[in-house]
Design a binder for this molecule. Structure first.
Ligand code: IFM
Length: 454
């Protein structure tokens, strides 16, 4: 009964808010990333990391992953059956440029075919250029801290975008970077991800370079023929910080500071060209890159939303404690906190006045007992923000299938579709059908107006 009630309310939201009117402007989709699904990865920092003992919790690796490289048609068929109209992938820098300046045209051909296969099924491609993984040759020169990183990234971005934004692929929706601040925190403020150091000065340099790389590459992409027509954004993992105790001034102050460092300063920098970045204990980077008046650094903001952090001031080093809130947890141990999404959307729109794409939202839930409810509750928050004028332009579920979850390995199950890693069989979970039913209840024959090509 409860399930039926939930279903009806989501049906209402899907129909009433995101598709019932003629000017439908909402993209439903799913997202994945190259390293996590493709299999047989190129030479990268992550390939090496997965082969280093003790780095991956379940001792698995991404050597086979879901074999998306070969099975993408099967997955696009499933996405089409699901009823979504967009599919976010990433392209692997280490495949496309395995050595500096050496371009693997076969890899680009393969991505082109992949995108054509999407288009054949009515799926709008959204392509991320960098999703955590660095070619070994960049990693060995200093990775994100390498002085030339922004320049090399820009050259790579130009190569990929000129090829894939042209016919036949005609990709219009691009994301330069995925979760840069998350990547820096996991690699430079924790031992979990490469390079696995704790050094706030290096973290600051890495973050500044990622920001520069977004700015330089976007400026260059705008100069491509048709560059003004591209929709360029990035995905930021906006996890709001909540004071552990509302009654503690120290907790409230530290929550405000964390919010500035992690969310506000980052998005301010990538959207304006005025870089301001600095982790505690490090000398901050402040830099102003001149942006021509008519050039936009972001056409939209991608927000990956997975929950919040609780933050508390403590009186011994490192003086701050981050922890999960008290609500129910996903298999990752993350608190399920849909109510945090609405304030994030309101804040993001008030500050940046840009359309917002929910570029990821998902749950590790092996039993699939909470996924449908999780999606419903998050969509409800989006609906609330939209009904108050926040232009949320899409929702991408992470992920269509299970995949390689970085330091956690293959164990966490984020998929609407289960992967049997022994046989690579794809087995849709009940949440797949529930989500599909809702999506299919939309009026027929619609595609988002954002998808109209040239
Ligand atoms: O799997 C990741 C993805 O690569 C980036 N965003 C969060 C997901 C779940 O942890």
């Amino acid at each position: 009964m409860l399930l039926k009630a939930c279903h009806l309310s989501l049906l209402f939201l899907v129909g009433a808010s995101f598709g019932a009117n003629a000017s439908d402007d909402f993209m439903w989709g799913v997202a994945n990333s190259a390293f996590q699904v493709e299999g047989n990865p190129g030479a990268s920092d992550w390939t090496r990391w997965t082969k280093t003992q003790g780095k991956i919790h379940d001792a698995s690796n991404a050597d086979r992953a879901t074999d998306f490289w070969n099975r993408y048609e099967e997955d696009f068929d499933m996405a089409a059956t699901l009823g979504v109209e967009s599919f976010r992938i990433s392209v692997a820098w280490e495949r496309i440029e395995p050595a500096p300046g050496r371009w693997d045209e076969d890899a680009l051909d393969h991505y082109e075919k992949m995108i054509e296969a999407m288009r054949k099924r009515g799926l709008e491609p959204i392509v991320t250029l960098h999703h955590f993984v660095l070619p070994t040759w960049i990693a060995d020169r200093g990775g994100l801290e390498f002085k030339e990183f922004p320049r090399y990234f820009t050259r790579y971005a130009l190569k990929v975008v000129s090829r894939l934004s042209a016919r036949p692929a005609r990709v219009k929706w691009w994301m330069t970077f995925n979760e840069s601040m998350g990547q820096v925190a996991a690699g430079y403020l924790s031992p979990l991800w490469p390079p696995g150091v704790f050094d706030t000065t290096r973290a600051t340099q890495a973050a500044a370079n990622l920001i520069r790389a977004h700015i330089y590459s976007t400026l260059a992409l705008r100069n491509l023929k048709g560059g003004q027509g591209l929709r360029i954004g990035l995905a930021h993992n906006w996890r709001p910080f909540y004071a552990a105790s509302k009654f503690s001034l120290a907790d409230r102050v530290i929550a405000g500071q964390a919010e500035s460092i992690y969310n506000k300063n980052y998005l301010d920098s990538v959207s304006t060209g005025k870089i301001k970045v600095g982790f505690p204990g490090a000398r901050a980077v402040r830099e102003k890159i001149k942006i021509p008046k008519d050039v936009k650094l972001l056409d939209y903001v991608g927000i990956n939303y997975y929950g919040r952090y609780m933050i508390q001031m403590i009186f011994k080093s490192p003086f701050v404690r981050l922890f999960e809130g008290p609500g129910p947890k996903t298999d990752m141990g993350w608190e399920i906190f849909p109510q945090g999404l609405y304030p994030v959307l309101k804040k993001a729109y008030a500050r940046y006045k840009l359309p917002i794409l929910i570029s990821e939202n998902g749950i590790a839930d092996e039993k699939d007992s909470r996924r449908t409810d999780f999606i419903e509750k998050h969509v409800r928050e989006i609906h609330r923000a939209r009904s108050e004028g926040v232009p949320v332009i899409g929702y991408l579920y992470w992920s269509l299938t299970d995949n390689f979850e970085w330091a956690e390995g293959l164990k966490p199950r984020f998929g609407l579709v289960e992967i049997d890693y022994k046989t690579q069989a794809r087995l849709p979970r009940p949440s797949f059908y529930a989500f599909s039913k809702l999506l299919r209840s939309r009026p027929q024959g619609k595609m988002s107006s954002h998808n109209a090509q040239n």
